[in-house]
Write a protein that binds this ligand. Structure first.
Ligand code: C5P
Length: 312
């Protein structure tokens, strides 16, 4: 056991959520994943993850979604900490405390974000001094979009989503996220996508990013970006939960420039012109009662980064 006075101070890491501006889904690979071409953007809906040396492994969650997050070894943050400890021969348990405000199972990578934050926090707590590239390699073992949550900003993902390349993006974009109660599991949505395609993918074995989307991102103009938003999983998510189609229509009628299911859903992301438009759309969508919660956000923002320690 480590004595209290020699323990390093707890470390808190803030980590964003993500939205996929483009998600092109290729064929199912032999390993059970789909070949992807995606463009991620990190947005300022955050979780804060604090790690502290502890006598035993422990995970706790506070915040509005605390009751639906597992705190046992199935929690991705717990798996992240144990993976890093095993790989670097660290023999010290930690208490991971998650202050959660990213929607759970919403297609915004909340669980992956906590795993990314935990890697960055444990690296600092244990004084490992790993590079971002090394942390991203461990992140890829935990989930397809975990490496992106370490990097943040706007980036392209290939492979199963874990292989990152930078994207030149100007400006800031204003988003409104409509978060619904209806549950959707990621594997279920991919399976529905395969079912609707009846075994033959319209995409190449290795899908290519859309050059018009890349050009739009260089302009920094949301009007140029809006028509390029694409999600191959959207049809599958709407097929499983038709209410999402209605939610998308409502947002467009209320003045959004573009609307898209976020990742595998069920969160729906609307791109709007500016902060005033974001406030207007948030009020209008909240009034319909069609979503559990409506939140505005801005992207791109930084990936997982250390902030002054937080005590909840
Ligand atoms: O990598 P991650 O744990 O986020 O993936 C969750 C599930 O989503 C996978 O088990 C798989 O069913 C599906 N998936 C996929 N193709 C990808 C990424 C995820 O089929 N590229």
């Amino acid at each position: 056991m480590t004595s209290a006075h020699t323990d390093p101070a707890p470390v808190t890491v803030r980590v964003p959520a993500k939205v996929n501006l483009e998600l092109l889904v290729g064929p199912l690979r032999d390993d059970g994943f789909h070949a992807l071409s995606t463009v991620y953007q990190a947005v300022n809906l955050h979780d804060d993850v604090t790690v502290a040396i502890n006598d035993e492994w422990r995970c706790s969650v506070v915040g509005p979604y605390a009751d639906v997050v597992p705190t046992d070894s199935s929690n991705l943050a717990m798996r992240a900490a144990r993976l890093l400890a095993d790989e670097t021969a660290i023999d010290a348990a930690v208490h991971i405390s998650i202050n959660k405000s990213i929607p759970v199972a919403g297609g915004m990578a909340g669980g992956s974000a906590d795993a990314a934050a935990t890697l960055v926090a444990c690296d600092r707590l244990w004084g490992l001094g790993l590079s971002t590239e090394e942390l991203e390699e461990y992140a890829a073992e935990l989930g397809s979009d975990v490496p992106f949550l370490i990097r943040g900003g706007t980036a392209m993902g290939s492979g199963r989503g874990e292989r990152l390349a930078p994207v030149l993006a100007r400006g800031s974009y204003h988003w409104v996220f409509a978060i619904s109660d209806i549950g959707l599991s990621t594997p279920e949505v991919y399976a529905e996508c395969d079912r609707l395609r009846d075994g033959s993918s319209p995409r190449a074995d290795v899908p290519e990013p859309n050059s018009q989307l890349m050009a739009a991102l260089r302009t920094g103009d949301p009007h140029a970006l809006a028509p390029q938003l694409t999600n191959d999983l959207q049809e599958a998510a709407v097929s499983l939960r038709p209410e999402l189609g209605e939610l998308l229509e409502s947002g467009m009628e209320f003045g959004a420039l573009g609307g898209i299911v976020s990742g595998s859903g069920p969160t729906v992301a609307f791109l709007v012109e500016d902060v005033e438009a974001a406030i207007d759309l948030t009020v209008a969508l909240t009034a319909t009662g069609a979503a559990r919660e409506v939140r505005k956000a801005v992207g791109p923002v930084h990936g997982a980064h250390v902030i002054p320690a937080r005590v909840d």
